[in-house]
Design a protein around this ligand. Structure first.
Ligand code: EPZ
Length: 420
């Protein structure tokens, strides 16, 4: 069991380059199953979830080779439709292979993905969408089997703009006969990046990034060479680390438009942000903040991203005042409040709403990461607390952040990640 050890109280200064987006590259890797042509993906972060997705593709018969920050995927040999149970249990994003396998082999089988720390994570919208495309879905104790010799284009209305369902259904629809309309689709930048990858393969997709996506089915898709978009949540994590520590940091390879809401909040609270036109932003933050009261509501894009809620809560502990956070995407994503209380934070929270009493004196301690974003939030809080704080269960953080300790250390933080 590993842990991050943070000796807080240091300003952060310098430059950090943001990696390719975990939540874009995972569905794009799955989409590579749709072609027997060569796929090259660039700017692929070296994180556990990418390694697991590579294992899933390999288990299905593909060949995945990494060269530096690039992956080469050859899916010519894909002939298996069952996702190995252990890999499914390790990473629920393995469900992204269902759409491509349906399109490629006419069938896909998974064991039901379990819930996780942040919620039950059902896949009913994925399965209902597959049924709308003509697939037969059967579920039993062994798992879920989806079968369709030939997918038929359909109109699908998502009752919630689910990111994963939008992506899975887009990947199935590209091989369906006729046109598919996905209404109330997710608009996240990662959905748009997947659509751009599919279009590079020859798919005909219109409306990605809007609530209605139209897909015209193709008989065959070719290989493609694609650079993954920058990880907006990693950008938010570093920006909030500076906000909690004080200092001036330049984020390179950062698309500021992918983080609506964040920069305005930082400016209102006393930070300054300078965007320059080659995908970079400089964030300058004070070591102390004037009293304010902030309300935050997470929601589907372009709302405030749920994946930066924990990091933002940690930062708000530095802002004197009473702050209100409403987590409206997942039903149990405020668990980090209890961990922050172990560092002296005054937070009252139920499963959906937290009241954060910022500006109080915090103290070092030992806390546990419940998921990768909560863990990032705990690291951010620790950066702002003089003394040594331990954040255990570091493996969940390393699922989504490449060399986080080393990269923070290059900015002047005293952070190490070690086996406990
Ligand atoms: C993606 O998860 C991301 N993961 C999550 O990031 C992110 O928090 C989430 O989108 C929301 O932005 C990846 O892209 C790999 P959803 P996903 O389907 O697709 C409910 C991280 O930290 N729902 O948009 O699973 C669901 O329970 C991770 O990087 C259904 O009810 O998110 C949740 O309450 C965490 N039925 C809400 O929708 C369904 O069939 C949003 O889920 C699907 C979802």
């Amino acid at each position: 069991m590993g842990e991050f050890v943070v000796r807080g109280g240091h300003r952060l200064d310098g430059t950090v380059r943001i990696n390719g987006a975990k939540n874009a590259v995972l569905p794009i890797m799955a989409a590579s199953l749709l072609t027997d042509g060569p796929v090259i993906l660039r700017d692929v972060p070296r994180i556990r979830d990418v390694a697991v997705m590579a294992d899933v593709l390999t288990a299905l018969g593909a060949i995945v080779e990494r060269t530096g920050q690039s992956l080469a995927i050859d899916a010519r040999g894909v002939d298996r439709f069952q996702v190995p149970e252990l890999l499914m249990q390790e990473m629920r994003a393995s469900i992204f292979v269902m759409g491509p396998l349906l399109g490629r082999l006419g069938r896909a089988a998974i064991v039901q993905p379990g819930g996780c720390a942040i919620g039950d994570r059902p896949i009913n919208l994925h399965l209902a969408g597959f049924q709308a495309l003509g697939a037969e879905v059967s579920e039993d104790a062994g798992g879920t089997l989806v079968v369709s010799p030939r997918l038929q284009g359909a109109e699908i209305h998502l009752s919630y703009p689910s990111v994963g369902a939008t992506e899975n259904l887009m990947m199935a629809a590209v091989m369906a006969d006729g046109e598919t309309r996905i209404r109330n689709a997710a608009m996240e930048p990662e959905v748009v990046d997947l659509a751009q990858f599919l279009e590079r393969m020859g798919a005909r997709i219109r409306g990605a990034g809007t609530p209605e996506i139209r897909v015209r089915g193709s008989a065959h898709l070719s290989g493609a060479d694609h650079t993954v978009i920058p990880d907006r949540i990693e950008s938010a994590t570093f920006a909030l680390a500076v906000a909690a520590s004080g200092g001036t940091v330049r984020l390179e390879n950062c698309l500021v438009d992918h983080l609506p809401g964040l920069w305005e909040y930082l400016r209102v609270l006393g930070c300054s942000t300078r965007f320059d036109d080659n995908d970079a932003v400089q964030v300058e933050c004070p070591s102390e903040y004037a009293p304010r009261a902030i309300s935050v509501y997470t929601g589907p894009y372009p709302g405030f991203a749920t994946d930066m809620q924990a990091q933002f809560m940690a930062f708000l502990l530095k802002v004197p005042g009473v702050h209100y956070i409403s987590e409206r995407v997942f039903e149990n994503r405020l668990g980090h409040a209890a961990e922050l209380r172990r560092l002296g934070a005054r937070i009252t929270a139920d499963q959906r709403v937290a009241m954060v009493y910022g500006g109080g004196l915090l103290h070092p301690g030992t806390v546990r990461a419940q998921d990768l974003r909560a863990g990032a939030g705990l690291i951010i809080a620790a950066l702002g607390i003089p003394g040594v704080t331990h954040i255990t269960n570091s493996a969940v953080i390393e699922r989504g952040y490449e060399n986080l300790a080393e990269r923070l250390a290059t900015l002047g933080a005293d952070v190490t990640c070690r086996e406990a």
